[in-house]
Design a protein around this ligand. Structure first.
Ligand code: ATP
Length: 375
């Protein structure tokens, strides 16, 4: 029986409106070429611009649609001037609301350098960089436990509480170990390795996180244990990315090191991500709405397209759906072929030996990937 997956689409603001349509185009093409599964897309407006036009961040029915979906595809939110009372960027509550409301506790940010992209870090090639940052997504420093003290009109104090719970740490660390079992090991030595990134020499929350890491690691004898302090990690990722396979860490620390990992693979334009819980999954490029290049067809759609590929991989795993898995592989191969051929690329990838190329438009990159899928 052909299974139909209900996909909710939010292009959102800025470049989201350019990269998400390319992603939907690619997903439809992979679905039609591979066959054996179906994708049904429903799009809702949302974000800062929508807030300026309507006074709402998204339509009332969008939340229920998300709760009845099989997966959510997200673009980006944030638009200059679109700010709610209290100074909060309009649209941010959607993203955080989905992450917390749907309990999307695992934020996966793969750092895989494709052949055909030069690393912005010297002397590293596609053979050196292929790891995944598994970032806790529902607690840590982004748990909404914060406040400010205003005395006599003077902003005197602000507090953000960093929350690490046993439940939160256990499930993210277990997720990382299970993911590691499905991968082929670190580029340097082929060893399966889960690196625990923390600041346990200073912070109690990190000490609890590391203790739970040790408890869970006992159940995975074939996986090597590895410990790194987060400050040291920023240099090891650059100096020896080939050592890393799966990296697990708490929310704020993961936010920072995963942005750094995007530099290793060619920049924000090509970095995908997934937000995964027990029941729901939301897939989005790492980049934001990029108002500086929005509306000009300069945005690289590959980060978003690879997020769509991650969506298919997740659906395949969740529903044991081989057709979905084949479609995901087909998308990855198509992206890889376009990058290796090299002549069609957006401005962000026209550096190094590609510096003299005339840059392609967002849509042209999408079309080139589409042609490879259909071949
Ligand atoms: P946020 O806080 O929402 O992540 P931001 O303003 O910090 O947003 P981005 O919107 O991701 O960050 O933009 C950071 C830089 O990366 C900008 O210079 C932008 O032009 C560039 N950028 C972002 N997305 C893309 C893309 N898809 N292709 C090419 N460049 C991009």
């Amino acid at each position: 029986m052909t299974r139909t997956y209900k996909i909710i689409v939010f292009s959102g603001d800025g470049v989201g409106k350019e990269v998400v349509p390319e992603t939907v185009k690619i997903l439809k093409s992979a679905r039609d070429v591979v066959t054996g599964f179906n994708l049904e897309f429903t799009e809702f407006p949302c974000g800062g611009k929508h807030y300026l036009e309507t006074g709402k961040e998204w339509p009332d029915e969008a939340w229920d649609a998300c709760k009845n979906s099989d997966a959510i595809l997200f673009g980006a939110i944030g638009w200059p001037g679109a700010v709610k009372s209290g100074g909060v960027l309009a649209g941010v509550d959607i993203l955080l609301g989905l992450r917390f409301g749907l309990d999307l506790y695992a934020n996966l940010r793969p750092a895989k350098l494709f052949e055909g992209i030069e690393s912005r870090v010297l002397d590293k090639s596609s053979k050196d960089v292929d790891f995944v940052v598994v970032r806790e997504n529902t607690e840590g420093l982004y748990a909404p436990i914060r406040g400010a003290l205003n005395r006599g009109g003077i902003e005197e104090l602000a507090v953000d509480v960093r929350v690490i719970t046993r439940k939160g740490a256990e499930r993210i660390i277990r997720y990382a170990f299970n993911l590691c079992m499905r991968r082929g090991g670190a580029p340097r030595d082929g060893k399966r390795r889960v690196s625990c990134v923390d600041k346990s020499n200073v912070l109690d929350g990190c000490r609890l996180f590391r203790k739970i890491y040790d408890e869970i690691a006992k159940g995975y004898e074939e996986i090597e244990r590895d410990y790194v302090y987060v400050d040291a990690m920023t240099q090891w990722m650059i100096r020896a990315p080939e050592h890393y396979d799966v990296v697990v860490t708490s929310n704020f620390q993961g936010d920072i090191i995963s942005d750094l990992s995007a530099v290793l693979i060619g920049g924000m334009g090509v970095a995908p991500s997934a937000n995964i819980g027990e029941k729901y999954g939301m897939f989005e490029p790492v980049h934001g709405s990029a108002p500086d290049i929005a509306g000009q067809q300069k945005a690289n759609p590959i980060g978003s397209i690879l997020s769509g590929k991650m969506m298919l991989e997740w659906l395949a795993l969740k529903h044991s759906d081989k057709a979905c898995k084949r479609a995901a592989q087909r998308i990855e191969e198509a992206v890889s072929k376009v990058l290796i051929e090299g002549n069609i690329r957006t401005p962000d990838l026209c550096y190094g030996k590609y510096a003299g190329l005339s840059p392609s438009k967002t849509q042209e990159v999408g079309d080139a990937i589409l042609r490879k899928i259909e071949k």
